[in-house]
Design a protein around this ligand. Structure first.
Ligand SMILES: NC(=O)c1ccc[n+]([C@@H]2O[C@H](COP(=O)([O-])OP(=O)(O)OC[C@H]3O[C@@H](n4cnc5c(N)ncnc54)[C@H](O)[C@@H]3O)[C@@H](O)[C@H]2O)c1
Length: 283
């Protein structure tokens, strides 16, 4: 069983993984590129914990215990003693590989490496290290504290011991893990991403308003959130990265990013995190 957890990236996903691990009693060290982003990440978790206290779901002592389990750092070396390191930085193969090759030098030989990538081949990331047997995907869903699913992804090299340890770890976080293979999009995104891209195409072609597209899927199909709201929530940049990677892999027009998505990302419309996407969140 793991005693020390490392996370790389204190964004939406890294922050969520940090929170859930800390709430489950694990000491977590999370690395980010700047002190400002660490403060922002810890501030966001504090806000969520305060909200849980207001709702009577948490007490002050549990909040302090959770926050006490979290250490932020800008130095990857502080992850040296971790039993598992979960990488959750921007969906960029070069950046992720650089991090893993540095972690390979820093971490003890038995440390398990996991990536939260949505679409990059896990075996390509593993190739940046000398421990492909201790490398796997740990794909959490957004928002991490709420969503129960974790896809635990094994490559042809992942050992049973590493896979089982990661699977049990996901369970110890209160999640319901599923076993997935190292294919782009794993299980859920292969189905979800073409659906989101089709909704963007529908909007781009003027077939319906954004509100009507979202309402149609909420009211007609029972989805908790419409596809354009969901894309804002996930991040337009993240969806674009995933679409490009899946298109590159499958060469199937289902996965081709609509021009509107690319234009919006280039113009800084990243969704909720940049306060504007298909909807405006500035208020
Ligand atoms: N957003 C989602 O719904 C979702 C769901 C599942 C998986 N993912 C995956 O999780 C990963 C992160 O996505 P996100 O939504 O949290 O993105 P995000 O943009 O919210 O956060 C990424 C963070 O990584 C940091 N970062 C970049 N380079 C770094 C480096 N070298 N060292 C340390 N930190 C670095 C950035 O500063 C940023 O804070 C991606 O691989 C994405 O595909 C995202």
């Amino acid at each position: 069983m793991f005693t020390k957890i490392g996370v790389v990236g204190f964004g939406q996903m890294g922050g969520g993984i940090t929170q859930v691990a800390a709430q489950s009693g694990f000491p977590v060290t999370t690395m980010e590129v700047s002190d400002e982003l660490i403060a922002k990440g810890i501030g966001f978790i504090t806000k969520l914990l305060d909200r849980a206290i207001e709702k009577g779901k948490l007490d002050q002592a549990a909040k302090e215990k959770t926050l006490g389990n979290i250490t932020g750092t800008t130095d990857l070396k502080d992850l040296a003693e971790c039993d598992i390191v979960i990488e959750a930085v921007t969906e960029d193969m070069v950046a992720k590989k650089e991090i893993f090759s540095e972690l390979e030098r820093i971490c003890k030989p038995e440390t398990i490496f996991a990536s939260n990538t949505s679409s990059l081949p896990i075996s390509d990331l593993a190739a940046a290290t000398k421990r492909p047997d201790k490398f796997l995907g740990l794909h959490f869903f957004n928002p991490v504290p709420v969503m129960k699913l974790v896809e635990v992804v094994r490559t042809i090299d992942t050992s049973d011991a590493a896979f089982d340890a990661a699977f049990e770890f996901a369970k110890s976080l209160g999640k319901s893990p599923v076993k997935a293979k190292d294919t782009p999009g794993f299980i859920a995104n292969v189905l979800l991403v073409p659906y989101l891209l089709d909704a963007i195409r529908q909007y781009e072609h003027g077939l319906a308003s954004r509100e009507d597209i979202d309402d149609a899927m909420k009211l007609g199909c029972g989805h908790p959130m419409g596809p354009l709201t969901l894309t804002d929530f996930i991040g337009l940049d993240t969806i674009l990265y995933i679409a490009d990677i899946m298109f590159e892999e499958f060469k199937d027009s289902h996965y081709a990013a609509p021009p509107l998505l690319r234009r919006m990302v280039n113009a800084g419309y990243l969704g909720k995190k940049s306060r504007r996407g298909f909807y405006d969140y500035t208020a």
